[in-house]
Design a protein. Sequence first.
Length: 117
Amino acid sequence: QVQFVESGGGLVQTGGSLRLSCAASGNTFRILVIGWYRQAPGNQRELVADISSSGGRTNYADSVKGRFTISRDNTKNTAYLQMNSLKPEDTAVYYCNFPSLPSFGSWGQGTQVTVSS
């Protein structure tokens, strides 16, 4: 399985920004769609953004569209999530994995994002 290490979370005020990173092991990363997920306490894990293997196509959940930007650097086996105009409802643990083959990736520890009002 591909291992993921997420980083970049923290505590920010409403309207602030954070940039998350997802480092993947191995070279399979570069041939698969990668997605960012989040899970808030008491909620199911949800997919918030994904990006094609080449980086040419992206998709976003309605709740983050226009505020978050997903990108990837296949030379570094790393995906990123730029989060702007953060809201308290964005508070969650953020993870990355392969949306089409989640069993191929091993869920990491995630990175905590907390947005204060």
